[in-house]
Design a protein around this ligand. Structure first.
Ligand code: ADP
Ligand code: ZN
Length: 342
């Protein structure tokens, strides 16, 4: 069991690795807790929530909307939640993103604890305080940055996680390896998904490493003026194809990372041999590396992207494996580069 605390601008966040959900709950006055979860997690883990006020939302990214958040807020009002309430979001990234957002705006902010139950939420979504909802085709267009007081990593939740969700989460793990950690990249090359799925020690180490990578980046640049942008590797194009083709997030990010590597290669930053290693690693973790997307439609969505500024766009590329770089690319040039990736 491991416990670490990190100071962010709003508050200190304590991470508990390998501690059980029940143990966490014991530390709170149960009457003050409101659980936010989704229908799948509720069905699988109902006994854990016995006697606690619980709000269950519909599962799935298509419900990650302001409308669902409004529903959470109405339920909080029905539960007579106030400034002393602790909202505990238990679920995948959709739940931790919406739970965090609701906690940050309800009565201008109530106490928040996050309990990620998917690999994706453990290594990425729950770390760093970003939350939010999608608006139409635009992912995470509305939201806040709001740190939880506690972040609990109870690995026993992963026992019920379907393989497809492990695969999704590994897209973010590979992203971290690509932008920051060549050692992690090599470790992934010599280990298989099935090894991680069946070995508690391996998965604990992997989550601790990835949470460490993301936390270090966020601590340096909580409000994304610089280095935090690196975490968008694969996501600019990824978000566009995700909504356009209704792809799982990890699949979309995988396609986006391949495109970003291909652009890096075209700009002579990245070696073709390294490109092959990235493609092999994504394939090894059962992620797609090719999609015949409509570049005009993708381009339209990209132009609306948050990361665009005037006639240039910040794009995350790789210098080499383990070294992400942020480059401002003129829109005209970027359009051509994206057409060439197909
Ligand atoms: P993500 O974590 O990938 O951002 P979601 O919050 O949509 O996305 O979670 C992915 C799916 O996995 C959802 O259908 C959710 O209900 C389900 N889920 C979350 N945690 C678990 C778990 N521990 N076991 C089984 N299914 C889970
Ligand atoms: Zn992502």
């Amino acid at each position: 069991m491991e416990q670490q605390s990190f100071i962010f601008s709003q508050r200190e966040v304590t991470y508990f690795f390998g501690r059980s959900f029940s143990h966490l709950i014991e530390g709170y006055d149960n009457s003050k807790i409101v659980i936010v979860t989704d229908e799948n997690v509720l069905k699988l883990y109902q006994p854990l929530f016995q006697g606690l006020k619980t709000i269950s939302i519909a599962a799935g990214e298509e419900h990650k909307t302001q409308h669902t958040v409004d529903g959470i807020i109405l339920s909080l009002l029905n539960f007579q939640a106030d400034k002393n309430t602790v909202l505990i979001a238990v679920g995948g990234g959709v739940v931790t993103d919406m739970g965090g957002y609701a906690a940050s705006i309800f009565k201008r902010g109530i106490r928040l604890v996050l309990v990620p139950t998917t690999i994706l939420a453990m290594v990425d979504a729950s770390v760093g305080g970003k939350n939010g909802v999608d608006v139409g085709n635009y992912k995470n267009m509305v939201g806040t940055i709001y740190q939880p007081e506690n972040l609990l990593f109870d690995f026993s939740f992963l026992k019920t996680l379907p393989e497809s969700e492990w695969i999704n989460g590994f897209a973010e793990v590979i992203k971290h390896a690509c932008i920051k950690d060549e050692g992690l990249f090599k470790h992934l090359e010599t280990t298989a998904l099935s090894d991680f799925m069946g070995n508690d020690d391996l998965i604990t180490d992997l989550v601790v490493t990835n949470v460490g990578i993301k936390t270090a980046i966020v601590q340096k640049d909580e409000f994304e003026t610089g280095d935090r942008k690196l975490l968008n590797f694969g996501h600019t194009l990824g978000h566009a194809v995700e909504n356009l083709y209704k792809l799982p997030h990890g699949h979309a990010v995988s396609i986006g990372m391949v495109a970003a590597c291909s652009i890096s290669e075209n700009l002579n930053l990245f070696h073709p041999e390294e490109m092959a290693r990235v493609i092999n690693l994504l394939t090894k973790y059962k992620l797609p590396v090719k999609l015949d997307f409509d570049s005009e439609k993708v381009w339209e969505i990209l132009l609306m992207d948050k990361k665009r500024s005037n006639d240039e766009m910040n794009f995350v590329l790789l210098d080499k494996i383990g070294a992400g770089v942020i480059k401002s690319i003129p829109l005209q040039q970027l359009k051509g580069l994206i057409q060439q990736t197909i």
